[in-house]
Design a protein around this ligand. Sequence first.
Ligand SMILES: Nc1ncnc2c1ncn2[C@@H]1O[C@H](COP(=O)(O)OP(=O)(O)OP(=O)(O)O)[C@@H](O)[C@H]1O
Length: 357
Amino acid sequence: MSVEDAARKLGLEQRVLAALTAVTVGVDGSDVVTSGQVYDVVATGGAVRILIDPDKVPEPLQEELAQVIAPYVESLPGVERVVVKPRPRPVAQRERIPGIAHVVGVHSGKGGVGKSTVVVNLAVALAQRGLRVGLLDADVYGPSCPTLLGLSGRAEEDPEQGRIEPKVGHGVKVMSLGFLLPEGQALIWRGSLVDEGLPQLFEHVAWGELDVLLIDLPPGTSDVHIAVARYVRLAGIVTVTAPGQVSVDDVRRGMEMFADMAVPCLGLVENMSGVACRGCGHVAAVFGAGGAHELAEQTGLPLLAEIPFEPEVSELCDGGRPVVTAAPGSRTAEGIERIAAALVERLGLGARVEASA
Ligand SMILES: Nc1ncnc2c1ncn2[C@@H]1O[C@H](COP(=O)(O)OP(=O)(O)OP(=O)(O)O)[C@@H](O)[C@H]1O
């Protein structure tokens, strides 16, 4: 792990990594972190996953290493549970895509909880802070980002570069499967099509220089999620859920899947946290209550925003007008701005924002 990546880790992850540098195994005297035997540490609250690199620690020795480090890490303050396992093979083939500083996935457990609405508005909010932002709509089941940004038509290939030009909406460079498919047609993405098609959306698109590329992932857990995490190292995921328990349970499964692939969750967003009355602003809890709070408490992850269902948000967004520009005073826009601020801080983009002010 690079020094830069290690420095971006959360408090507990950093403390565990630092503690593990005291563990030396092997003859050359180097510790398990510096030698790369520990590939990554991902903490979901007090639950710590230590991923061992199977290329550095062959299978017969993995159990031995686990027996040394698990009790040691368990004894550290703030650690409740330790799982030591080999990182999946293959894990992110690409450490970085040239020109793209950070890649962040946005996912949800269930469909229809407002994930695309959140990711589109988040992209616009980040672009408004002066960042160079890309948005890859990888929701193969229903690519809706173009509509939410008022974009349509097909993406064209630049014959000289041999690359597809992303469309630009509200200052965000956008690529969507919706730009590649004939209008109204769906494509069933499975197996090899996912493995071959997805890398093209990263590599064959003329993204240029980006501070952050957001990916609108499909809901649930699928081949697409695995393919993305295997292709490029994600800085993390932002998890969108509705407050009801079923949605929260689905989300937990998705977070576990990403943690197993060494991808941390950067925070939770609760959308549709009740319905805001157009007249008095009172918020009624019609989609369940408290789920995301409970999840945040259990996992120790930050709850970045709670966004109520605001009927005018739906009208504006579905009409291609992101609320962060069309209704900046709305609770949704305020929630999105909080998520944007948290992401800027977590990705270390504060200086870039200041420089572009
Ligand atoms: N906070 C909100 N207030 C009002 N309407 C909202 C809000 N969030 C989302 N919506 C509306 O809910 C519908 C579903 O939202 P969206 O398409 O973003 O969900 P999704 O989780 O991305 O769905 P999918 O599963 O299709 O990917 C849209 O019509 C959207 O405008």
